[in-house]
Design a protein around this ligand. Sequence first.
Ligand SMILES: CC(C)(COP(=O)(O)OP(=O)(O)OC[C@H]1O[C@@H](n2cnc3c(N)ncnc32)[C@H](O)[C@@H]1OP(=O)(O)O)[C@@H](O)C(=O)NCCC(=O)NCCS
Length: 191
Amino acid sequence: MSLKIKIKRWWNHKRNRAVVDSLGVGAELWGRVEKRASGSRIQVGSGSRIDGYVVAETETSKVTIGRNTLIGTDTIVDCVQEIEIGDDVLISYQCILSDSDNHSLDPARRKGDLERWRLGTHDWFDVAKAPIHIKKNAWIGARCIILKGVTIGEGAIVGMGSVVTKDVPAFAIVGGNPARILREPGHGGNG
Ligand SMILES: CC(C)(COP(=O)(O)OP(=O)(O)OC[C@H]1O[C@@H](n2cnc3c(N)ncnc32)[C@H](O)[C@@H]1OP(=O)(O)O)[C@@H](O)C(=O)NCCC(=O)NCCS
């Protein structure tokens, strides 16, 4: 690894450490951690590594990342309400976890969102949101999207490039858009 990358990581870690509310022993914050509201909460457990971007949007946003968990490069964890990621979870590169729609479904209410965004006064009231839970030992492949309200069960696998719109049972393997069960729990050596 080049000295330039090492310095950038060190600098990012130092900046991010000041943002998180709780940081476990040995956790590495090489990517970016951001709070857009001071009341939000971000916790990262021991031995975890954040190479991606974790952002808490509102005063009540709560991001909890367990122990020995990876948030891969260019992965975005965008939290309006609650995103909880358990221990020993692997989230690969270029994924998106988003627990909200970000905008209203009503065009009249969306009008002006850009300007409010510029002013930092975005109104989350009329935006659909629901918590995301990723249970321990789950593995989310590269370029997956996890939508609001989804729970990925313990030990489950989400295949590369999937869009997950519904809960995934523990130890199942899912894939596709929208993600469907490829292998039921207990079949093929997983779970
Ligand atoms: C999900 C995964 C683990 C399954 O691997 P596997 O057990 O070898 O699966 P197979 O290749 O035998 O495919 C089984 C079936 O699932 C389908 N499938 C496999 N991966 C899929 C995916 N990502 N999306 C949609 N369908 C998928 C196959 O088309 C096949 O369908 P069929 O039975 O109708 O022919 C693997 O395909 C995958 O996506 N790995 C993620 C790799 C990754 O993201 N690496 C980045 C670094 S962490």
